[in-house]
Write a protein that binds this ligand. Structure first.
Ligand SMILES: [Zn+2]
Length: 238
């Protein structure tokens, strides 16, 4: 293998790692999306409970106001009962009192039920607050982890970029241009090994004529199909 090919392979190995790092930089933050969604969900659950508690408290207040009004009416009717002028009037007032008492009994029952509901929702709210805190803590931990990871990634990429720039300088501009063009097209590798007369980039056969040229090793030989720069892997040397 000629020196140019060795340099290109060196460049390719740096680029392969850089491509991998770039992919990680892109995909790793997505792993946090699950935690983020859980946080939103926990917050929504808490909001929902708070609204529900507020709503039932309002209902409770309204029912208590109605109850007070009925209570006042009851007292008035009871006073009227004591001064009833006829049996008929007495009976009408008695019926009215019965109806009011029945309604008030039902209202008191409903108020008690609503209060019990508020108590149980308050318990749920406590659990929801704890859950939200736990989810937010978990998110923070993972986010810090991610930031650390991305920082390391950036440092590693910087180091590789420097090495790559040095490596690129010793490669002839023509070869570098071909290399860059093919890498830009495939976004994975510009070089492909030939194994068993097959290009490992596109898995198509390579002509014997090309193999011969590769063995002579004077020029850059490109696959006729995928255009990747071909090389014969060196085996069991030294
Ligand atoms: Zn090919």
């Amino acid at each position: 293998m000629n020196d140019l090919m060795k340099d290109l392979l060196g460049l390719q190995s740096l680029d392969t790692e850089l491509i991998l790092l770039a992919a990680l930089k892109r995909t790793r933050p997505q792993e946090l999306e699950k935690e983020r969604a859980m946080g939103i969900q926990a917050k929504q659950a808490l909001d929902h409970l708070q609204q529900e508690i507020k709503r039932i408290k309002l209902e409770c207040d309204r029912a208590e106001l109605d109850l007070k009004k009925d209570q006042a009416d009851l007292e008035k009717v009871q006073v009227a009962l004591n001064t009833a002028k006829s049996n008929q009037e007495y009976q009408v007032l008695r019926d009215q009192i019965e109806r009011l008492k029945e309604r008030m009994g039902k209202a008191e029952e409903a108020i008690l039920m609503k209060m019990a509901e508020i108590d149980s929702l308050n318990e749920e709210k406590k659990a929801a607050i704890d859950n939200l805190a736990a989810v937010e803590k978990e998110f923070k931990v993972k986010e810090e982890e991610l930031q650390g990871f991305l920082k390391e990634l950036a440092e590693r990429a910087n180091g590789l970029e420097k090495k790559r720039a040095e490596k690129a300088q010793i490669i002839t501009p023509d070869a570098l241009e071909v290399y860059s063009r093919i890498l830009g097209r495939y976004c994975d590798a510009a070089l492909a090994a030939v194994e068993n007369n097959v290009c490992q980039g596109c898995h198509m056969s390579v002509t014997t004529q090309l193999i011969t040229q590769l063995m002579i090793g004077r020029d850059l030989i490109q696959c006729k199909n995928c255009m990747r720069i071909l090389y014969l892997p060196e085996r069991e040397e030294g």
